[in-house]
Design a protein around this ligand. Sequence first.
Ligand code: DSN
Length: 435
Amino acid sequence: MKEFSYSLPESLRADPEIFASVEKELKRQEEGLELIASENYVSAAVMAAQGSVLTNKYAEGYPGKRYYGGCVYVDQAETLAIDRLRKLFRCDDSSPHPYAANVQPHSGAQANMAVFMTVLKPGDTILGMDLSHGGHLTHGSPVNFSGKIFQAHHYTVDRETERLDYELVREKALTLRPKLLIAGASAYPRAIDFERLGKIAQEAGTLLMVDMAHIAGLVAAGLHASPIPHAHFVTSTTHKTLRGPRGGVILSRPEFAKQINSAVFPGMQGGPLMHVIAAKAVSFGEALKPEFVTYQKRVLENAKALAETLTSGGLRIVSGGTENHIVLLDVGTAGLTGKEVEAALDQVHITVNKNTIPFETRSPFVTSGIRLGTPAVSSRGLGTKEMAQIGNWIVKVCEVLKTQTTEAKTLPPNIVEALRKEVQSLCARFPIYRS
Ligand code: DSN
């Protein structure tokens, strides 16, 4: 993986404290297994663009229409990002469903906020997936602006199947007549039927926004159904399965393009981060290459292999399996909490996050679940054999924790030491960045 060659820039030594922090983080990433479903490793080219002189430039406005001089080259970078994004999601002018693109949102939350500012007024009704069922904070959670400013209602998964309850979505949409129906999730391991949601939106006379942040890479590779043309707006982050720099993007039906642009700037942001936009362009270019499809196939195969090993090891997987990059593990039925398992796995250098599961009974700080994801480990070259190995380590950690009698269950030091060594030796065989 030549494109993943990277070494710490010597110029960073000018700030020894930050150099030390970055150096230790690089070591942590190299020596640990990253199973956080929303993380990935970017290429050296993405990092180079992000660390480039483009960070010096102010460019309020859009290509060709800036409020600053000297924008000729950043205009080129932003135009490339827009063109590549539209091509990647098969919605450029040559496609049957052209969508407009905005690559300026600093994050996924801001991409979503821009859509809300385009079509909603304070107090309007929105309908999104419940956060504790796998939705996202910005889809109407009461602790987020989206739940504070708007009348937020939620749909859930079905109690039996733990899959999206489309009939419930329909019922709620028809009863509430929300201004905006929101689809997309951050902890849902199944494919989402965007066509069906598009039909529900049409029947209810509502606009549909799909936040495809988690699955964007799978959609780009054609391995998950695309929300285009069913949604009026498609938002995404660029750093999850898509494997770009941290940031957000918006694709919208052309009739909303002008309003979306005004909502992003000057509505909620000032100067765009041109270095990040250039890095987004680099990552979209990478995602347009055939190797990206091979990579996304591995992401899916690895998630399946991981789910199978965990199930064979006696652990319960929410919804019984996975159709994307996520495996949601229910450790509550094994008598454990997400908090305990996350902490124990951290000790052996397997990084995960505790997560609520559908119909959760514990607080978000404790939880009954662990969310696992395969984008990062697949980027470093791990395959199904290694996923089985990792799955067995997770099973072992849970089994040992179950035998502990202390109130907060922790791993005995000898187990920590033995497992950590095994994890480190696997990581050494699959370096992320070669210098
Ligand atoms: N909360 C992030 C995630 O980890 O999925 C998305 O914003």
